[in-house]
Design a binder for this molecule. Sequence first.
Ligand SMILES: [Zn+2]
Length: 211
Amino acid sequence: MFKYPRKIPLFYKILLPSAITKMQVEEKKIFLSFDDGPHPEITPWILKELDKYQAKATFFCTGKNLSEYSNIARLIILKGHQLGNHTFAHENAWQTSRELFIRSIEKTQSLINDINSSAKYIFRPPYGKLSPILALKLSKKGYKIYLWTLMLGDFNAKIKSNVVLNKTIKKIKSGDIIVLHDNEKSFENLKKILPELLEILSRKGYRFEKF
Ligand SMILES: [Zn+2]
């Protein structure tokens, strides 16, 4: 079992050198991202927590959830956050043909564009899995690939959220990209981690920004 928070494996950085794993910033800024939504209850809860700190974040959504919960996706934009592309049905790039994988991304992007006509083309592959050829094809189509710096393991029922939180606070640095999830299996941990993370890091002078 992995220990969390977990840094992005070096392997991913070597395989996908063009993917972003940290932001270059001069001020104290953290980049929160939430994968797998939108979810009709969890995402609005996250939005309320973020609002308390004027925090902005990026939501990497699946096309399937975007089409089902487009009202929540609109709320994400209305609140000043950003939508990112996380494929249509959370496909694994290593188990899907390249054509189908790209079609899944493009279908999702058109849903994002319908909700926000000035949306950026930002993509996070499910499980962080992508091939160098796909990365190249996507960059030719104008997509930027965002991985992460620290994964907090909120989806893992076995983590001790207070331990993960304390270690995260110690490790975190300006420009770090944090991954959390707006899906059901993560919500118990997220409820404990997110409010504390926002409170403690805000007190330390960090601000939270979207990509
Ligand atoms: Zn995901």
